[in-house]
Design a protein around this ligand. Sequence first.
Ligand code: F6R
Ligand code: MG
Ligand code: MG
Length: 371
Amino acid sequence: MEKITVSLIKADVGGFPGHSTVHPDLKERANKELKQAKQNGLLVDYHILNAGDDLELLMSHRKGVDSEEIHGLAWHTFEAATEVAKELKLHGAGQDLLVDAFSGNIRGMGPGIAELEFVERGSEPLVAFMMDKTEPGAFNYPIYKIFADPFNTAGLVVDPTMHDGFVFEVWDIKKKKRVFLRTPEELYSLLALIGAKSEYVIKRVFPKVTSPLPKDEPVAVISTEKLFFTAGKYVGKDDPVALVRSQSGLPALGEVIEPFAMPYLVSGWMRGSHNGPIMPVSFTYSKCTRFDGPPRVIAAGFQLSKGRLVGPADLFDDPAYDRARRKAAMIADYMRAHGPFEPHRLPIEEMEYTTLPNVMKKLAGRFEDTE
Ligand code: F6R
Ligand code: MG
Ligand code: MG
């Protein structure tokens, strides 16, 4: 069976206004590039979306993960959109394109990437999650809930095809190491790591051998790029994306989006330096306004049909998420009231990746011994 690959590649190549959202002309320019690639047969299908100020290219194709052709297409599309952003003098035009020229693989060059290659099933529901004003570790909580928490995912308890649980691939993003942990048997070890979300992030989830799905095909993937490690200086949080397959031996669609009913705390928000609630929003509200946020997530639902991305369904465009949004707004008030105090402002260690050390340098010479 020929496999299909879904690639979600994103970059902030200019905000409008400030860091709030993407100007329609950038999406139009990106559309021109991807339309051509579809006509040329490189892409089976594509959709262009935005999460706040991030331009999101969702593409299906038969080239596999890490394909030079697909990564090159994404890179050149971002370059073309950057030209438009420069012409309109948008804020931070080209900010996530950290190198001058494409060199075969877009990883480590600035954009964020999530790619899944698999044999398309009889019915293949897929959710693309896109976040703005936060970091890859922001996906730890919902991905854990979806694939390992029986209080979220009823299927773990009642569906015999999911009853044995899943395998989590966790990355230490600073040391560049990874470990595979099996749930439910290693649940506590998994939580010991992924609770430290700025260090350990879930990269992929796999079915177990007992699953009806092939065990070597991931069923979820998260972008884990850290711009700081690439640029060597703070150039924004890393606004992550994720792809999650669903149904028939996997969590149901409703189980996949259920964790977002709780506006949990993530780090990012203003200047990438604050903790705040993640707000699930419709595409219409995929823009970061109040205090450059609060951090937001959109969910685009699809059915795949021979690689065609049938959709998107705007999954958080639903009154069932109104309470989560209201709660997020209340938590935002509460957190904001702390002003520059922790835990609204991030702890010093995490501020190392932002601009605070430069402020501290100014004061360095004025510190006197107290004893
Ligand atoms: C956070 C973000 C914004 C900016 C802030 C300052 O990820 O993008 O909150 O950090 O608006 O932006 P500059 O330094 O571009 O004025
Ligand atoms: Mg920006
Ligand atoms: Mg962004």
